[in-house]
Design a protein around this ligand. Structure first.
Ligand code: CTP
Ligand SMILES: C[C@](O)(CO)[C@H](O)COP(=O)(O)O
Length: 236
């Protein structure tokens, strides 16, 4: 079984002053979260979906699931204080429905332009290798600074990639990774691949796409609206 875990448990603070968390902002008639869920619900490789959702939005989500006929959503999961905790909540909730070789596809709701090619390759490689990350090569040179004032390192660019999601795993691997993270005192990892590497397991790569960007700041929201509008007028 291939289970998508869609993460919508954040508050979107980097968006600045907005009246609702970014994943619930309407873009051309439906919330960003719904844009994302519709892709996974329509994907023939996805068997079931768990949505990790801010607790105050569970009722709205239930209404949207009926309105948009998102019938693969089988679980609405409580959001965690951190992204890592949100993922852990989902892993716990789906535990009784998953065996160790089932594939868990973990995706940010804030990445509503993910492609079916990326999803398909995530599932294929996770079945083969057990753990995969979706990444794109960086086209800018990456600078390291401890204080944001002075550079202390410029890593070799050809070795650097920007992590995206989905990040996909065999259930047994992601469960072990989150269990070990708690034991090791890792509580706020920014992604799940760090936790699998912490188990000394390899994580393989699926090539992402620039269009699979995360809606983090207001600029990203403006870009998303422009891309969807261009899509609606058949420009892309
Ligand atoms: N406790 C959290 C934090 C984040 N997320 C989800 O993880 C994805 C990526 O996180 P991010 O872009 O950081 O979202 P926020 O944490 O909401 O943003 P911010 O850091 O600006 O508050 C988002 O879809 C977000 O809803 C989550 O499910 N639970
Ligand atoms: C998982 C992720 O989307 C990969 O780039 C990113 O680390 C999430 O970070 P955030 O701070 O939770 O948005």
């Amino acid at each position: 079984m291939n289970v998508a875990v869609i993460l919508a448990g954040g508050h979107g603070t980097r968006m600045g002053i907005i009246d609702k968390p970014k994943q619930f902002i309407d873009v051309y008639g439906k919330p960003i979260l719904i844009h994302t869920l519709e892709i996974f619900d329509a994907n023939l490789d996805i068997d079931a979906i768990a949505v990790v959702c801010l607790d105050d939005w569970h009722e709205d989500l239930s209404i949207w699931l009926r309105k948009y006929e998102l019938n693969k959503v089988k679980w609405i999961v409580r959001g965690g204080k951190t992204r890592q905790e949100s993922v852990r909540n989902a892993i716990e909730v789906i535990k009784t429905s998953c065996n160790g070789d089932d594939i868990v596809i973990i995706h940010d709701a804030a990445r509503p332009l993910v492609s079916n090619r990326i999803i398909k390759e995530n599932i294929e490689l996770a079945k083969k290798y057990g753990a995969v990350d979706t990444v794109i090569p960086t086209t800018d040179t990456i600078i390291r600074s401890k204080d944001g004032n002075k550079i202390f390192d410029v890593p070799v660019r050809r070795e650097l990639y920007l992590g995206q999601t989905p990040q996909s795993f065999k259930y047994s691997i992601i469960l072990e990774a989150h269990d070990k993270a708690v034991k090791d005192g890792i509580l706020d990892a920014t992604d799940d691949c760090q936790l699998v590497l912490n188990c000394n397991k390899d994580v393989y790569i699926v090539e992402g796409e620039k269009l699979n960007f995360k809606i983090t700041t207001m600029d990203d929201l403006l870009l998303l609206k422009a891309i969807i509008k261009l899509g609606k007028i058949g420009e892309i």
